[in-house]
Design a protein around this ligand. Structure first.
Ligand code: SF4
Length: 367
């Protein structure tokens, strides 16, 4: 059977077959990806989430060469927000109808586990309706080193304090030769997978993510997708809780030490990998288009390459945007809805589990 016919029939592809998809004509791969997207997610809706990113501290000791966000603790513009400052940002989100924050920072050795527990308790006390998806596996690994506790103990303590989920950031490409060539101190693939599996086993939310443009090739991209798919199989079977969705974006290198040294990825590569991810990840239904890194026009196009979701409003994102000369930091519900309608779909607000919350009013769309 032809590879694309096999995929279209819903049969699972192995790593070599996924790698071979990279050598097929993109329009043919995209057509299969779009057909699968129409089957696996609501065919008319393209969803979005209202949320806000809060970067609580930019102090980080990992010092990834492709990161323009982090600072050493002695740099004049290093910061750590107070509980009250973070609370004010949450209140601003609530005032525009948002009910979810993403809370992420660097690996700051001056913040003990008790600081994070206190922050979560403060936010849950003052903003009980807002869900908190916080801390990447890298931050949890930093807390393991600082506290001597295991990821499971740390995540259990954070969950008790109010943590609802862990954004799946920092996966990039889960092949150590690739990730450590670009950032030697970056969390290893095994640790990323271990910590995310711990989070899923505790019933916490997480997102499967992928960043291309680190110098990886089709074989490494396929390997990454297989690792995500295997973890999802295992998590759903063992814990009854898996990744809620999948997000792909391209390495943003402006203002970083590795600008001009890492290749990054073109729009073509982005759309190609998005389509292949839709085919490969047969156990994750929600796939995001990344307007913050690719712009609205490519994100609209992505809706025909396997994506069924437009991500989130991303009010105040600082980590990716610090390395992006031309990205937007946030978008209103009206802007996102307009982009979705222009691409031929119906915009619908969702929650983090990709369940439809509501369709926007005509006023919100600007009609
Ligand atoms: S990407 Fe994350 S871990 Fe790496 S330097 Fe930036 S803040 Fe630190």
């Amino acid at each position: 059977m032809d590879l694309l016919d096999k995929a279209l029939a819903g049969r699972r592809l192995n790593r070599d077959e996924i790698t071979r998809l990279y050598s097929l004509p993109l329009p043919e791969v995209a057509a299969v990806a779009h057909a699968l997207r129409l089957e696996r997610a609501h065919p008319e809706y393209v969803t979005y989430l209202i949320d806000r990113n809060i970067n609580y501290s930019n102090v980080c000791t990992v010092a990834c060469g492709y990161c323009a966000f982090y600072r050493s603790r002695r740099q004049p513009d290093a910061y750590t927000l107070s509980y009250e400052e973070i609370g004010r940002k949450v209140a601003e989100l609530e005032s525009v109808g948002g009910k979810r924050i993403l809370l992420q920072g660097g690996v700051n050795p001056e913040l003990p586990l008790s600081w994070y527990e206190g922050l979560l308790r403060y936010l849950k006390e003052n903003h009980p309706a807002v869900r908190i998806d916080a801390f990447s596996p890298e931050e949890i690994l930093g807390l393991e080193k600082l506290s001597g506790l295991s990821a499971r103990q740390i995540l259990t303590a954070l969950k008790d304090a109010g943590l609802d989920g862990m954004p799946g950031a920092g996966a990039e490409i889960l092949v150590d030769e690739v990730r450590h060539a670009a950032a030697p101190a970056r969390i290893s693939s095994a640790d990323w997978l271990r910590i995310v599996e711990n989070a899923l086993s505790l019933g916490l939310y997480s997102l499967a993510s992928m960043v291309i443009g680190m110098g990886e090739g089709p074989a490494e991209r396929s390997q990454h997708l297989i690792l995500l798919r295997d973890l999802q199989d295992r998590a759903l079977k063992t814990y009854g809780n898996g990744f809620s969705g999948f997000a792909l974006w391209t390495m943003q290198l402006d203002n970083t030490r590795l600008a001009g040294k890492l290749p990054g990825a073109s729009a073509y590569e982005y759309l190609q990998t998005l389509a292949i991810a839709r085919i490969a990840l047969d156990n994750i239904a929600g796939h995001q288009a990344s307007w913050p890194t690719m712009g609205f026009k490519i994100a609209q196009t992505a809706l025909y390459y396997g994506a069924n979701d437009f991500g989130s409003t991303m009010l105040e994102e600082n980590v990716v945007s610090a390395a992006s000369g031309n990205v937007r930091r946030s978008a209103s519900v009206g802007e996102i809805s307009r982009q979705i309608r222009e691409a031929g779909f119906v915009p619908a607000e969702r929650n983090v589990f990709y369940e439809i919350v509501s369709a926007p009013s005509r006023e919100a769309v600007g009609e």
